[in-house]
Design a protein around this ligand. Structure first.
Ligand SMILES: C[S@@+](CC[C@H](N)C(=O)[O-])C[C@H]1O[C@@H](n2cnc3c(N)ncnc32)[C@H](O)[C@@H]1O
Length: 494
């Protein structure tokens, strides 16, 4: 499997991509063709604190930067169909195609994962060898979380959802093993470990194509890091577009609105990417992969955003409330900024209404209207108490979580176990639990470097800590929101 992409590997990969016709020219077909697939609109870069804020530093610093000022809607990258690694292209192999045909029960994703492993098995004779070599060696998606790391999420719903993921990936692997055996795949590539790697590669890197619901791997196109939808505003965006050139790009932008910022285009026979907003030279160019909560980002991509406009903190509702509400269960949540969702507010307003009046005021509640001053005050009190009760039940508070996270950060900087010992001795119970979960005693491995396995576990532990901290902060902000609303109501009453 690939290395984490040293300079040489990346250089060789980019040369391969250039030969395969990948190009970041905004107007196609200059002659002679440019000597590199990047450099005109984009450059490969490292972003220690951009995009994913602090996390990019820890796990995935590669991304694409603007090589020059880019206009909104401008095409920044084109990846020809022949360069895409798809199930269709790998299934040109007749033995594999016949094996897949005999197993109609396999999902599109299982087939693409098996195709990826089959391609890895070809070694240097694979068309995508240089692409495969620079893929990450490991991922921090939830499927790779250990029991300890999952438990560190602390919130019951999140633990429940996360525990199901490794089991699902395992059963998908079991269902595909016979296919991999039949085509003579090397034993090393048929293991669950290899399956986990390939499935996380697909989960975190595949892009949508219209002919296969599993998507495709898109060399170079998969270097774009993620920005949440609705996050494309920038100071430059506010500027009026006045130049004729700008107007032309804007019309191209509207043409490609359908595609958002990237998509497969039949008439181009290529995957094309467009700037979702104006970028200054050097800024990281981001792609929206979809709308995800932080837990979903962790599940599919192995990172989360400090500021995620789509994050949701679910709070447990009383059983009676769930059944009396017409909203789906997952519509009732607290937003990342602490505001209760529309469905949560409407459910709580009805709940705070006497039974015999509920039918009468139902339509107002479902339209998002306040029912009365008393009703609103009672809703805000209920929500405050609920958020506080949930916070009180969790084993640690936000301050402790921040301090544990700080400790993990410092441990990550240690080059040897010896450096870590001093830190660990002054640390709290959860760090000790982390050590135990990783089979480490405080004085057991003095002098030795921290094993890669432990470093990866630290990264995932930190992600869990970060996730639960965001959850708790959302509930605290909700409490502030409720108190402010109660104050406003009280002042209106006076
Ligand atoms: C499609 S790849 C993007 C390129 C990737 N950074 C690389 O080095 O190859 C998706 C992965 O990049 C990382 N990533 C993408 N967007 C991110 C962000 N905003 N913050 C942190 N990590 C991000 C995550 O590891 C994710 O699984």
């Amino acid at each position: 499997m690939g290395g984490d992409g040293g300079g040489e590997k990346l250089g060789a990969f980019l040369r391969w991509a250039t030969e395969a016709g990948v190009s970041d020219e905004s107007s196609p077909c200059s002659s002679p063709p440019p000597s590199s697939c990047l450099g005109q609109s984009l450059v490969l870069s490292h972003f220690p604190d951009a995009g994913g804020k602090d996390l990019l530093l820890l796990c995935s610093p590669r991304g694409l930067a603007a090589a020059r000022d880019l206009e909104k809607g401008e095409r920044v990258l084109r990846v020809p169909k022949a360069a895409l690694l798809t199930s269709e292209s790998v299934l040109a192999d007749e033995t594999l195609a016949a094996g897949v045909k005999r197993r109609p029960q396999l999902s599109a994703a299982q087939i693409l994962i098996a195709c990826l492993l089959a391609e890895v098995g070809k070694g240097r004779s694979s068309r995508w060898y240089l692409y495969l070599m620079q893929l990450p060696q490991s991922y921090d998606t939830l499927s790779s979380f250990t029991q300890f790391e999952i438990k560190s999420l602390q919130v019951e719903d999140a633990i429940w959802a996360s525990e199901k993921i490794p089991a699902k990936v395992h059963s998908e692997w079991e269902e595909t093993v016979s296919l991999m055996q039949e085509i003579g795949m090397k034993p090393r590539l048929r293991t669950f470990r290899s399956w986990l790697w390939a499935s996380a590669t697909i989960s975190s890197r595949a892009l949508h194509v219209p002919w296969d619901e599993a998507g495709c791997l898109c060399p170079v196109g998969d270097f774009f890091n993620y920005a949440a939808p609705g996050d494309e505003s920038s100071s430059e965006d506010a500027d009026e577009e006045t130049s004729a050139e700008g107007a032309a790009w804007n019309s191209e932008a509207s043409l490609h609105q359908r595609l958002a910022d990237g998509g497969y285009e039949e008439d181009e026979a290529a995957y094309c990417f467009y700037a979702r907003r104006r970028y200054n030279k050097g800024e990281q160019v981001l792609l929206c992969y979809g709308t995800y909560t932080n837990l979903e980002l962790l599940e599919h991509y192995g990172f989360l955003l400090s500021l995620n406009p789509n994050d949701k903190a679910f709070i447990p509702l009383d059983p009676g409330m769930k059944t009396s509400s017409t909203w789906p269960r997952d519509a009732a949540y607290v937003q990342g900024d602490g505001r209760p969702s529309f469905a949560l507010l409407s459910t709580l307003r009805l709940r705070a209404t006497p039974h015999h009046l509920r039918r009468m005021v139902g339509h107002c509640a479902y339209s998002g209207l306040q029912l009365s001053v008393e009703n609103e005050a009672s809703v805000m009190k209920w929500l405050t108490n609920k958020c506080q009760a949930v916070l009180d039940e969790l084993p640690t508070g936000p301050a402790e979580d921040s301090s544990t996270m700080g400790m993990v950060d410092r441990m990550q900087e240690c080059s040897s176990w010896e450096d870590c010992v001093g830190l660990v001795q002054s640390s709290g119970g959860e760090i000790r639990e982390f050590l135990l979960a990783n089979g480490l005693e405080e004085d057991g491995v003095a002098g030795s470097p921290l094993p890669g396995k432990v470093k990866r576990s630290m990264r995932r532990f930190r992600l869990a800590l970060q996730w639960r901290l965001h959850y708790k902060k959302a509930l605290l902000q909700c409490i502030s929101y409720c108190r402010d609303t109660i104050d406003t109501i009280s002042s209106q009453r006076r």
